[in-house]
Design a protein around this ligand. Structure first.
Ligand code: GDD
Ligand code: MN
Length: 372
């Protein structure tokens, strides 16, 4: 009975903390005003950076999509950094650029593949001196036409350090309701509500806008995970609002092995929770803000510790069943399995599994350069 009780308590904590946090954010913050001076007419100079490796399939459409943004072209510079793609990425980018001379677009070719993070570092050095906001994006991302201008309107307020987009997935035809979208809806709500409270620790690579002078001052961290998710935390630890905006919508296709991607993304998330606060302190940009410390502590718990409670709880039940033929344990495990028919629950459990695998996998590879 003791083991069952412990298992039950662990599971209670595992599900109770995120659920309480979700309900707390939803009821208290989601519908609050931003408390930011948003100015739709604020028009900074922006540098859009696209790292590419083997993106021939997407690059043309990506550039078309940037071209269609409702933002003055004379205020945009685009930098593509390619890591020696062996497909037609570079050729297509050059051709596109020659057909659209009214968009300032530059192509940097690295001599070999060092990974996305390195490519971003290379691009950053090339950004115009008078660039005010840097936007990182992926070759396969698609922004809503007003995404850029909406995001930039928050930068009118000097307290804002970064703005990331809310992702929705482009699901392959006939796949019904993909788990991925349930995952996104759940996390989008949390990230936006955290942003309204103060800042969200996690940012999204498909749209990630950062104030240029801050990025130059703070620099890009060199550890894996810092090419997307960690920017939010880094900005917030530096004393700036790091927000995910609900009116900056970006789409991302589901492609390749979703499983491998999810593990990598969980690995990067985990690393960013392990390292970013220490990093901010080490480079002496850290500033204490109470709301963000609260958010960070919970998210740190949810990413680093919480998944293991579920694992241990399940393990205890299995031990009870196998060693002591416990019917209570069997019933509890059964209930847990029956709930898997609920999409949200299933999505949650999968995410826990990804985080656990990711934590273990981080011991031997950090996925700085990933298979494409
Ligand atoms: N220059 C360069 N060099 N670009 C690269 C490299 C590289 O070695 N590896 C990947 N990229 C580019 C891709 O071409 C793409 O534009 C972008 O980085 C994201 O890579 P994807 O292969 O599309 O990865 P994803 O779809 O799983 O991306 C998500 O996870 C990544 C981190 O795990 C996004 O959120 C990314 O923004 C994020 O970095
Ligand atoms: Mn992608």
């Amino acid at each position: 009975m003791l083991l069952e009780l412990i298992a039950l308590i662990l599971a209670g904590i595992h599900f109770g903390i995120p659920l309480t946090y979700y309900l707390y954010l939803k009821s208290k913050y989601l519908n609050r005003p931003w408390n930011i001076k948003i100015d739709e007419n604020y028009r900074p100079k922006v540098t859009i950076i696209i790292p590419t490796y083997r993106e021939a399939k997407f690059i043309w459409e990506r550039l078309d999509n940037l071209y269609a943004q409702k933002y003055p072209k004379r205020l945009i510079e685009v930098i593509i950094v390619d890591s020696k793609s062996d497909d037609r990425t570079i050729e297509l980018a050059k051709e596109w650029a020659s057909k659209h001379p009214d968009l300032n677009i530059r192509l940097i070719e690295e001599d070999r593949r060092y990974g996305k993070l390195h490519a971003l570092q290379t691009a950053l050095k090339e950004a115009d001196q008078d660039s005010e906001v840097i936007v990182f994006t992926d070759a396969d991302a698609i922004w809503e036409p007003n995404a850029l201008s909406n995001a930039l309107s928050y930068f009118a307020d000097p307290s804002v350090g970064s703005v990331t987009g809310s992702i929705s997935y482009v699901v392959p035809m006939n796949c019904g309701r993909y788990l991925e979208n349930t995952y996104r809806e759940f996390y989008n709500l949390i990230r936006v509500a955290e942003s309204k409270k103060y800042a969200t620790p996690i940012h999204n690579g498909p749209f990630l806008a950062i104030r240029t002078n801050l990025l130059r001052k703070i620099g890009l961290p060199y550890y894996a995970g810092s090419d997307d998710s960690a920017f939010g935390s880094l900005m917030a630890f530096s004393g700036y609002r790091a927000i995910q905006a609900d009116n900056v919508i970006v789409r991302e296709p589901i492609r390749g092995s979703q499983f491998r991607r999810k593990i990598r993304s969980a690995q990067h998330l985990f690393l960013s929770f392990l390292k970013t606060r220490k990093y901010a302190k080490r480079i002496k940009v850290y500033r204490y803000t109470r709301p963000f410390e609260e958010i960070w502590k919970i998210e740190w718990w949810l990413h680093v510790v919480n998944p293991w409670l579920l694992a241990v709880s399940t393990l205890l039940l299995i031990i009870e069943i196998l060693l002591y033929e416990s019917l209570t344990a069997l019933a509890l495990l059964g209930v847990g399995l029956i709930f898997l028919t609920l999409t949200t629950y299933r999505t949650w459990i999968l995410q826990q599994i990804y985080l656990i695998i990711a934590t273990i996998k981080n011991l031997w590879t950090k996925e700085v350069v990933w298979k494409k």
